[in-house]
Ligand binder design. Sequence first.
Ligand code: GLN
Ligand code: ZN
Length: 781
Amino acid sequence: MTVTVATLGFPRIGPRRELKQALEEHWAGNGDEAALQAAAARLRADNWIWQRDRGADIIPSNDFSLYDHVLDMSVMVGAIPSRYGWSGGPVDSATYFAMARGTRGDAAAGCAHGHADAASADASGTDTAGGLPAAEMTKWFDTNYHYLVPEFSADQVFRLSSAKPVDEYLQARALGIETRPVLLGPISYLLLGKARGGAFDPLSLLPRLLPVYVAILRALADAGAGWVQIDEPCLVTDLTDAARAAYGRAYAQLAAGAGVRLMLATYFGALGDNLDTALALPVDGLHIDLVRAPDQLGPVLAAARPDLVLSLGVIDGRNVWRADLQALLDRIAPAVRTGRTIQLAPSCSLLHTPLDLDRETALDGEIRSWLAFAVQKITELATLARALNDGPAAVRAELDAASAAAASRGTSPRIHDPSVQQRMAAIDPAQARRASPFAVRQAAQRARLGLPAFPTTTIGSFPQTGDVRQARAAHARGTLSDAAYDSFLRAEIVRAVQWQEEAGLDVLVHGEFERNDMVQYFGERLSGFAFTRHAWVQSYGSRYVRPPIIYGDVRRPEPMTVAWWRYAQSLTDRPMKGMLTGPVTILNWSFVRDDQPRERTCRQIALAIRDEVTDLEAAGAAIIQIDEAALREGLPLRRADWQAYLDWAVACFGIAASGVADATQIHTHMCYSEFNDIIDAIAAMDADVISIETARSRMDLLDAFTGRRYPAEIGPGVYDIHSPRAPAAGEMLDLLRAAAGRIDPDRLWVNPDCGLKTRKWPEVRTAIAAMVDAARRMRAA
Ligand code: GLN
Ligand code: ZN
């Protein structure tokens, strides 16, 4: 039996971000619908040819999307909330993009980092005066991709409203490429959605939804498709008995009615306690993730029907490392020996990896030899398949090159830094804890800082204006000298400090003008990090990120922020916050090495940040903020794994934060407010002050912090920085009063929800003036 190579999904954005360009042209009104569709068709064709030429036997279609594949499913099944005014028939692109971005096109403004977790517009809004809000957006499992959350009404009607899967299948076929169309499976689709008003269980809609799935599968069969890949990533998450039962019902109906063979794709982890459920489904093939969950191969082989085609996800679809192919061959061999039909595949869709390593010509050659992006991963799979089909001799050179790269990663001094190893070995658990309890520190800090009640501050960044970005770009190009760039930034800081004093803020910031991005800025100053030119990965829609690659032991060769802080503090008598990104956030927004546990890499980063914290303190900083915007994002998919993650994440924050004296105040910031389920971990971080996002929930989410569970000080955001609208002081006062009803007023700070980097100065001036006014009125009351 020949082993074949399958791809589950491929990056959509194009080698030169062609998709983004086409979309932005379209949104700007240059270029009609046909131009956009033509650009999309070219990208799909290139992707299919690319995969075929690299040796993929089973190539996906309908993995492409103009914006998001979950939105595509909502459109396909006609789940269009009534506010978009759709009245049946094929969904036009105006409706599609209204759901994606709202009708002012600014709903997805994103948080100060550009990540979109907090970026959803209020989906329940019906006020159309300012345009329609976009659908809510949230993270796709534990990736940094964001999908548009399906929204269902109690009287939801589903009907087939798009022929996209068929059209794309036929487009490939016309090019002579037979594809396996991809659909998000019905149970995962419903579980990822939400009932409007939370009024019912989305799974109750399954009987209404299934006929649409049957219809699309039939249409694909009629068009000539032999197989369809149906993705059910929810099978690797904790499921209720009801959800498991729904799987059985759904797949019985699909298998009976479909007329195509189904490859059920699971990824992002182990099937675990859902293994029996998955293996009992009447599907023709099963894809399993053997990167996240290598141990499930044995149980699956032992329990799967002999005729079940197995797709083994052996190449990491979530990371950028070249695989040790010989080691993989040894692991796959037992599966091949069973004689069942085997496909080799990436662990999940390659959507989460950059496209092509060959474009990274500026990257250090040795580091490049350790990497594989999407197209290289397909070559790796093709090599594995040839080794199994024709014998290892047929690909000896490729196998040896992969082994050599693995060996060089094992020993390279670029990766292994003895000074870091020694420091890691010497970490003492006491280093992760402050010397004194919060109450003692609070008294010392109050004596030192002498701040008024309801102290006012901001989260760190001020507007990254066109001037700031242009200066940075000119400096990067070499057309602006170091000295000129430096004085430009100093002038920005002077203006920002003067303005903050005039505005009456109590605790000032320098404004972060020198930072391109809150993770990249630090990564560029730490050893063990590499940066790419073209390795973009889709975050949402037309927003792409280029995560740093952490390839080696992390160390801080020299201070990263101290000079900027010192300059800013020299301009004012008020306290100037030192501003850092925390270790967990740096880790979670990077590609992380796979040759040691994430936890170990995080501890190394924590030690580097600790050095910066103590240097800031030595320079005189009385307040240091360590942002952990992405701490919650790192939560594992399975509840049972949460505590272990939270334990090391909290310890890493502790290592970063605890090198300082009692009188030095440590702040942290998190761009969200769902803390109920992790409040004990947040409390264990033991920051002196935490600022969080609460404006949009009108302080309801503050409830997690009430009572004894959270003793420290809190700055609940009093206005939503995602909107250009500056609320009046009275509105902020109401929010502060609501906060004071939940939290001891003595513990409250007054600040916006997040950094102000994405806003414009006039908006910031108006909003901060109102905020300071609201704080004064609280003090007077
Ligand atoms: N200090 C950062 C800023 O203000 C925090 C951003 C964030 O947490 N996303 O930009
Ligand atoms: Zn934030």
